[in-house]
Design a protein around this ligand. Structure first.
Ligand SMILES: [Zn+2]
Length: 318
């Protein structure tokens, strides 16, 4: 099996059947030695069970006697969609820098739009960063900003934006708009976090960014107090048409938001507040893995376990 394919076409040739995809997944996940997900025992001699005279990936654990397949715990678990269609979807999702709509994926895979929509939600979980460590640190510059997503308010001036979602300043609520905060290490990692109505952005800032960092923000009032807790707080005053003063600017985080806008507006058109965090995670993952090849991103997502087996009922619940 050629496992070093570097393009979508090469993957289609290297993995022509569901069985080939399964073997590839077994190799990536187990490195040739099946690991029982029930008891954790790795054994090259776990029993292989045939279904209708053919081995289709069902193992029986030698230790605990439970049955398992390689898809258990991955985003493919329990899905009626063939593994090869999943692989195609995963590669496409990995390669399209701005994401892909459920309508387009449905056409590409020859599945219903509803199925494609569901697959994309699982893919989005598999393409999320699981690193929750603080960003920044001593001597590291971190830019922070918020934006409103949905509706025309995304183009609003910062102060207006703040007023819109600050009830103390007369903000009347958000409608279907969502406040998204982004924290970016210059030339490093980004994290995007939805600011829920009951949450406070400055608290979230400290939950995500090490206060030993050098913080850069615009002149929004809510950063003034918290800024004093950081090693240094650089402020650019957009209201005075000031955008760059030496090292003091927020151009990196503006760039992150502009990529995010292009993804949400250009590909998905509308994202409901309920699913916004998943799209934030997707956008952050794409940014953070920007120096990684499509194939590496593909491999990373395939073997991702833990919370990626999203149930349809969970997804559509109010
Ligand atoms: Zn076992």
């Amino acid at each position: 099996m050629n496992t070093e394919f570097k393009s979508f076409a090469a993957m289609m040739t290297a993995l022509p059947t569901d069985a080939a995809c399964r073997e590839y997944l077994e190799m990536k996940r187990w490195n040739g030695v099946p690991v029982c997900p029930h008891c954790g025992v790795a054994d090259a001699n776990h029993y292989k069970l045939n279904v209708k005279g053919e081995f289709k990936g069902m193992y029986k654990c030698k230790a605990c006697k439970e049955r398992f397949t390689v898809t258990l715990g991955t985003m493919f678990e329990g899905s009626p969609i063939s593994l090869r269609k999943w692989f195609i979807a995963t590669y496409i999702f990995s390669a399209h820098k701005k994401g892909i709509s459920s309508h387009q994926l449905a056409r590409d895979l020859d599945v219903t739009q509803k199925t494609a929509w569901f697959m994309l939600h699982r893919l989005r979980l598999a393409f999320s960063d699981t690193d929750n460590s603080l960003l920044g640190g001593e001597g590291v510059i971190v830019e922070a900003d918020t934006t409103l997503v949905g509706g025309k308010a995304k183009n609003m001036h910062t102060k207006k934006r703040m007023d819109t979602f600050n009830p103390k300043r007369g903000g009347s609520g958000l409608g279907n708009k969502t406040v998204v905060a982004a924290y970016v290490e210059r030339s490093g990692r980004v994290r995007m976090d939805v600011v829920e109505k009951h949450e406070v952005e400055t608290v979230q800032l400290k939950e995500n960014v090490d206060t030993a960092s050098v913080l850069m923000t615009d002149s929004a009032n809510n950063y003034k107090k918290v800024g004093k807790e950081f090693a240094f707080h650089g402020v650019v005053d957009h209201e005075k048409e000031e955008y760059v003063r030496g090292h003091i600017h927020t151009n990196t985080v503006e760039g992150v938001f502009s990529l995010f806008d292009r993804m949400v507006m250009g590909i998905y058109h509308f994202v409901s507040p309920k699913h916004m965090q998943a799209y934030c995670n997707e956008s952050a993952f794409r940014y953070n893995s920007r120096k990684v090849t499509d194939k590496m991103r593909f491999d990373m997502a395939l073997v991702k376990t833990g919370g990626v087996k999203l149930e349809y009922n969970t997804l559509i619940a109010k």
